[in-house]
Design a binder for this molecule. Structure first.
Ligand code: ZN
Length: 547
């Protein structure tokens, strides 16, 4: 039944309804365009973007600006239209770095003992505040388990807890029964903060259950995007004025706090893991005092567009995205301090540029318009994409799908793929069709524990209700051993987020070509199908974030 709906209105594409398969029919013209994808062009993009001169493309630096110029020049040369602010290709993104300044103070107060000052850097660390330079807050503590409120999944840490006006202490985790994507979503700091705010909390303390772990250092600061009103528009560690404190505490401090309420950490954890909340008030208050210094700078998302051909559907947009930034210059490894980010994510930008070129060269454009969005500050916490998805330069309701590309890991022939997130929506079908056309097999995510679906820019679209996906490599290898993950593991250890992620012989640009063809064919089908992509009925993300 579904197939018939998809058939309607496809122009280059149609489905031959065989007894078993529904193969995607790609016109000669379109196949020709696909064949024209040039591995050398992909290599040239990576070569430029990952050059030492760009100094690791850190937002706010000259190197990032050079990367922006490079994309703009190529959009122009290809005939891709500007779709940023005011006829330009750019969307300005005002970034703020907040760093902790003077010594932060965290004091435990109780009616039975003298106030106890915790030791900064050892017992606790406090996230700098992105809006206020001085913060003081004092409130009673409650233990709020994982900080999860998901009654629809039969688990609610806040069910019998009064968190109003309190500071909540939470442990990062989720009950065993949660599916991996739901676990990933539940453990996301944004989710924890929002849930706490919704229950009236004024602070969140993230506790470690690991006796050996130190508290994370926040000395390098945290990043946010500021809106035109001077308020935080996007942040991973701030949700509203209401939450005045976000801190980490180490395990001994947690034990100390729990003991005062007669709670045993091991028992509590075991109960929560089994899906039985163990929330409880703690008979102490916490007084916090800290200050933050702010530094603002501008960065840019770069946005190009191909106008659709259908009078109505051209007002809707299929979005290809890739992050243009990387982490800049840092700690030297083997004498090299420039983190070039060739795979991460010059290769993704290169892919999207060549996808744009295919569209630009098509005589007959697809029905819907296609956006190419190179986002900034992914490495600072998916910030640029979050800003674009929340404040797009086209009407938000007109974003129909996102196909993201982040470090495809083009180190071997592309034989199979893992479409992260596609199983949540109708996007699964175009993925399967495109993969079959190219002779690629589709695999399920082999590492659901890595939470990759929420770890890149596609997630920014998901939380705005836009079905999204990200094509990763599958495990298939040419020798039939199908153990590419082992090779990827070795590769990751040596190159991922290291200065050694440079243009080198780890690249397979023929694979990059196949990757471009695949991603193009997916968005092309979406752009042609009169029916807009939709979340699967009852889908966890679809239900939570549907527009
Ligand atoms: Zn990346």
């Amino acid at each position: 039944m579904k197939i018939n709906k998809i058939l309607i209105g496809l122009c280059f594409l149609s489905f031959a309804q065989g007894a078993t398969a529904q193969d995607l029919q790609v016109s000669k013209k379109l196949n020709k365009s696909l064949q024209k994808v040039a591995p050398q062009a992909l290599q040239a993009h990576v070569s430029y973007l990952a050059d030492d001169r760009l100094l690791g493309r850190k937002p706010g630096t000259e190197g990032y600006r050079m990367a922006v110029d490079y994309v703009v020049d190529h959009f122009k040369e290809m005939g891709v239209q500007p779709a940023g602010e005011g006829q330009s290709y750019l969307q300005r993104v005002r970034l703020r770095t907040a760093v902790p300044t003077a010594d932060a103070r965290l004091t435990v107060r109780s009616t039975t003992a003298a106030p106890q000052n915790l030791i900064p850097g050892r017992d606790f660390s406090i996230y700098p505040h992105p809006e206020q330079t001085q913060v003081e807050v004092e409130a009673p503590l409650v233990f709020a388990g994982y900080g999860i409120s998901a009654p629809d999944l039969g688990y609610d840490d806040y069910a019998n807890l009064d968190a109003k006006g309190k500071i909540v202490v939470v442990l990062r985790g989720a009950p065993e029964q949660f599916p991996s994507t739901v676990t990933a979503y539940s453990m996301d700091l944004q989710t924890i903060l929002r849930t706490a705010a919704n229950h009236g909390a004024v602070g969140v303390i993230l506790a470690s259950a690991n006796p050996k772990a130190g508290v994370p250092s926040l000395q390098n600061g945290v990043h946010s995007i500021m809106g035109p009103d001077g308020k935080v528009a996007v942040s991973r560690n701030y949700v509203s004025d209401q939450i005045r404190l976000l801190a980490n505490i180490n395990q001994p401090t947690l034990l100390h706090l729990m003991r005062q309420a007669g709670l045993d950490l091991e028992q509590t954890l075991a109960s929560m893991k089994k899906g039985v909340p163990a929330s409880a008030p703690l008979p102490v208050s916490i007084a916090a005092q800290y200050s933050s210094a702010h530094q603002d700078f501008d960065s840019y998302n770069v946005i190009g567009k191909i106008n659709g051909s259908d009078r109505q559907l051209k007002e809707e947009y299929v979005v290809h995205s890739a992050h243009l930034d990387h982490v800049g210059v840092g700690t030297p490894v083997d004498g090299d301090s420039i983190y070039n980010g060739a795979h991460d994510n010059a290769s993704g930008v290169a892919s999207v540029l060549e996808i744009a070129r295919i569209y630009a060269n098509l005589k007959e454009k697809p029905k819907r318009s296609v956006l190419f969005v190179m986002v900034t500050a992914e490495e600072m916490g998916l910030l640029g994409s979050a800003y674009f998805a929340a404040h797009p330069t086209v009407p938000k309701a007109r974003l129909v799908a996102n196909i993201n590309t982040d470090m495809p890991t083009l180190i071997a022939p592309l034989l199979s793929v893992v479409p992260l997130g596609a199983n949540h929506s109708s996007l699964e079908n175009p993925v399967r069709q495109a993969a079959r056309h190219l002779g690629l097999s589709v695999e399920a995510d082999p590492e659901p524990d890595q939470n990759r679906f929420i770890r890149s820019d596609q997630y920014s679209f998901v939380v705005q209700g836009v079905p999204a996906l990200h094509i990763k490599y599958g495990n298939k290898t040419a020798d039939g051993k199908n153990n590419l993950d082992e090779r990827v593991k070795v590769w990751r250890a040596k190159y991922y987020h290291k200065p050694q992620d440079e243009l080198n012989d780890t690249f397979d640009f023929e694979a990059a070509k196949a990757y471009v063809q695949l991603n193009f064919l997916i968005s092309y089908q979406v752009a042609q199908n009169p029916q807009r992509p939709s979340w699967n009925a009852g889908d966890f993300f679809g239900t939570r974030f549907k527009n």
